[in-house]
Design a protein. Structure first.
Length: 183
């Protein structure tokens, strides 16, 4: 069993490149508390600090054969964990922008859906009240509002005086305003 504590950083890195799991465990054991303290002070989140430290060490193990650690291991680990923290904050900002954008979209859609429901309800109430008008008054109103005919066209179409058309439209509107409680 090798005593890794007596080896220099260069020797530890050389053994790590060869895939020595023992040296990897020794490096982890030596620096995990320091890295945890460093990371936790910046994040104030224990679980996230642990996750980022594990991400750093996972990356080191995955790239162990080609890893280039200039200087000492501690400095290298600090740089790696700083980069992980920065990545976390960048991701958090992107996530927050996405969430904000999604919330705006949801609010707009809710308002649009609410508007459509109110519009459909009002349209149904109007149709119901128009259907309840006396038959001749209903026909004049529908020709005016649904067929977009003017008074003269309705008068000619129904063969009635224009004043009768005007009176029917005015009465129909008054009835609808009363029934629909429109001021």
């Amino acid at each position: 069993m090798t005593d890794y504590s007596t080896l220099t950083d260069e020797q530890l890195i050389a053994l790590l490149r060869k895939g020595d799991g023992g040296v990897f465990n020794a490096i982890f054991a030596k620096y995990r508390n320091f890295l945890f303290s460093f990371t936790y002070r910046r994040l104030n989140d224990k679980e996230l600090a642990r996750d980022l430290i594990h991400d750093v060490f996972s990356a080191i193990w995955e790239k162990r054969a080609t890893i280039n650690i200039p200087g000492n291991i501690e400095s290298f680990l600090v740089v790696m964990i700083k980069n992980k923290i920065l990545d976390h904050y960048k991701h958090q900002k992107v996530s927050q922008r996405y969430i904000d954008s999604l919330n705006v979209y949801i609010k707009i859609e809710e308002e649009a859906a609410d508007h459509r429901v109110r519009h459909n309800d009002l349209a149904a109430m109007i149709e119901q009240e128009v259907a309840a008008l006396p038959p001749k008054m209903r026909i004049v109103f529908e020709l005016s509002r649904k067929q977009y005919m003017n008074r003269q066209e309705i008068s000619e179409y129904l063969d009635v005086p224009q004043e009768s058309v005007k009176t029917s439209l005015r009465r129909a509107l008054n009835i609808l305003k009363t029934k629909l409680k429109v001021v």
